[in-house]
Design a protein around this ligand. Structure first.
Ligand SMILES: O=C(O)c1ccccc1N[C@@H]1O[C@H](COP(=O)(O)O)[C@@H](O)[C@H]1O
Length: 212
């Protein structure tokens, strides 16, 4: 079975269509105002209606409150919540309250950072290994930062998982071969500038994943 891919940070019908037409298993919408990929509820609603039922609709959040989650779920018809900078306790509460699938983003720079993944064992449905962005960065993701994939060698994953952080068409094949990832996630690697998704890059990325 080939690996599957989530295209994250979509904000236009054209780039969403490129992701769907190229065979993405998941599409992601960012609900974090400081991000250049942030979408309004109206935009998310318009995009959400175009996504067929077999494709996962992932909302990306940074330690969200209940009001934001409820509004985003209702607007876009989300079925996955990707949580950054959110404690296991809060993630478990969100999962219980919303009944949604929860992905816990775990920021990796050193092997010790993998310990955090274990803390989500009973709180999330999937771990998303992402690279740690610089200390003072505004965004906890979406910056094209990659971590050392060798850190995952021999790690007993506590949950199903996905690989993220600095992936693009040129390195995703190697990333899949090196880590054994069955699901990969990309944002800035399919852009021409911050928040500007490129249809050609999306299609090329998905082709590289399918061929890996
Ligand atoms: O993309 C963003 O702006 C963003 C904002 C807040 C939290 C997460 C965000 N992006 C996530 O980070 C990963 C990695 O991005 P990249 O491929 O390295 O650019 C991405 O998949 C998003 O899920």
């Amino acid at each position: 079975m080939p690996a599957t891919a989530k295209i994250c940070g979509l904000s236009t019908p054209e780039t969403l269509q490129a992701a769907l037409g190229g065979g993405a298993s998941h599409v992601g919408f960012i609900f974090f105002p400081p991000s250049p990929r942030h979408v309004s509820f109206d935009t998310a609603a318009a995009l959400g209606t175009r996504v067929p039922a077999h494709v996962g609709k992932v909302g990306v959040f940074v330690d969200p409150d209940d009001a934001l989650l409820d509004a985003a779920i209702a607007a876009a018809g989300l079925n996955v919540l990707q949580l950054h900078k959110t404690t296991p306790e809060r993630a478990a509460q969100i999962r219980q309250r919303t009944g949604q699938e929860v992905w816990a983003a775990v920021a990796i720079k050193t092997r010790a950072d993998l310990d955090t993944a274990r803390t989500f064992r009973d709180a999330a449905d999937r771990i998303l290994y992402d690279a740690k962005t610089p200390e003072k960065a505004t965004l906890p993701g979406g910056m094209g930062v990659r971590f050392d994939w060798a850190l995952l060698d021999g790690f007993r994953h506590p949950l199903p998982w996905a690989l993220s952080g600095g992936l693009d068409t040129s390195n995703v094949g190697e990333a899949i071969a090196r880590t054994g990832a069955r699901l990969v996630d990309v944002s800035s690697g399919v852009e021409t500038g911050p928040g500007v998704k490129d249809r050609t890059k999306i299609v090329a990325f998905l082709k590289a994943v399918a061929q890996a």
